[in-house]
Design a protein around this ligand. Sequence first.
Ligand code: SF4
Length: 357
Amino acid sequence: MKKHAIIPIFIPHKGCPNDCVFCNQKKITAKQKPFEIGEIEKRIEEYLPTLQNRELEVIEVAFFGGSFTGIPMEEQREYLSIAKRYKDAGEIHKIHLSTRPDYINKEILDLLKEFTVDVIELGVQSFDPEVLCLSNRGHTREIVYSACKMIQDYGFELGIQLMIGLPGDSYEKCMESVAETIKIGPSLARLYPTVILKDTELFERFQKGTFKPFSSEEMLRTTKDMYRKLRQNNITILRVGLKSTEIISESGDTVAGTYHPAFRQLVEGELAKEELERQLFLWLKNQNEAENLLKNEKMGKRKKTVVTFLCEGTSFSNMIGNCRCNKYYFEEKYPQLSFRFKTDSSLEEGKYFLKNL
Ligand code: SF4
């Protein structure tokens, strides 16, 4: 597996003219001290020594927060020239940034090419026209298609960020957004369950009762199915869910919506559980046989059969699930079986296998 590190640089988008309903950037940036250009170099210099001796194949400087290509061109030049200096010196390998689909045009892409930017992530959020409109994104989905095409035609690596559970959203619409994403074929994706932050329009709608967030179960199921589709199509999923530092506002924190500090593990653990259960059912041949085993066990006619689940070491926590929920799930649902959870270093990361001993 490619070892990869990102040096994140948060560029607040002071002049963002948009008003996305979920965004608290305006309120946050109004309270922040102005961003100093010297902070970029300082940040890179602080990070680089921590990345030594870690056998990293790729180190990226990534400009996040707001919409990079929406800031004045001269500022973009200043920021990018610092990152390029480190890239030219071989101290970093890639320059990465995130922006909005409607802040992509030929002039901007020419500038990004000049500064050897490698990866452009677009905050697409949804491909559904109603969701885009109700979320006040300020652009249509046609803009998304044309921005993605331009980015790919220029030869940049494309990333697509999707949000789950925005106003007007549903499981079906989220799966449609994933299907559109797959058709476009980015190399990277991020999945963000909608979190209701204070100081946002979404918070006001939530208080008035005009916005109802997805339940935790709905969010987990939707995210899991989106994640599976993206992975099946070889799209690398850089992130699932916000970091705790991204949701804590100056005055408070999350209000509602799905936030879990280990949401990615919940999703990956759920997928591991489904895969192991699929193999378990194949092994038991069919549900009837599983039920027979259960009956026999209850009647004391049969010794417990041992089933071993295997994975490579770094996937072990997903295999047993967050707070061991997968382990408890199997033990409770199949009391006729005795489960062992083991690692095998010869296996590929993220693959799970059943072996009965
Ligand atoms: S999400 Fe981005 S584009 Fe929308 S208001 Fe916030 S900073 Fe502006």
